[in-house]
Design a protein. Sequence first.
Length: 277
Amino acid sequence: MWGIILFGPAFGPQWLVTLFLVPVIAFHSSLQHECIHGHPFTDGRLNDLIAYLPVGIFLPYPRFKENHLTHHQRARISDPVEDPESWYVVADRWETFGDFHKFILRCNNTLAGRFLIGPALSILSLVKTDTKKMRKGDRHLMVIWFGHIAASFALLALIGSFGTISVIGYLIAAYFGMSLLMVRTFLEHQAHPDRRARSVLIDDKGPLRLLFLNNNLHAVHHAFPSVAWYRLPGLFRLHRDRFMEMNQGYFYKSYGAVIRSHIFTPKEPVAFPLDRT
């Protein structure tokens, strides 16, 4: 689908092509997530091969893989120090931020803000962190970023020469594809004293469920991280009462309910509310 939209016959104006690409690019991120967890092949090298192409442009797949596996291996999910996918800030650090910095992070803690500025903050945070490490001589990260930048430039050159959309149009589609993914990641985890209650259950039946490859049932995914996406709903139905008990009420009936609850309302404070000791 991605290749047909980009390099097939033009089917409309550029804004329409851009709009069609947004969910396709978001879906590619869902496929990358499956590859990280060992699907569709048992050989991880094959999964990495099909996931490496920088369709989403802004973040290197190897860094996504490293951070995500670390996220799953940590007992303290959501902890801003231990969990690389946490959006929380250590309370002491939060107190050092200026008013504008706090305002931006509070906006990002609503669903509307996460959709609009979340991708930019995520990209800048990773680039800042990795740049510091590379300046200290981290050659592993140098190789990752050099390969990603080279592949991204090659892809954008191909799009500029033969694509049905401009390079700027593609970058816009990639940004909002990442924004769409933020709808899923926005409240995947909460800060809760019981680590079993930190992952959300969203019993969605609409198109976002397929776009996110059933990761709306995120508590099920964390309980069975090696299980393929298409088996998660069956596991949830089979053990629903048990999951709901462990989840302690971190549950939404649909993404519509998530949007109504949090489009302009923060789900929690930005500062990590739990004791880290």
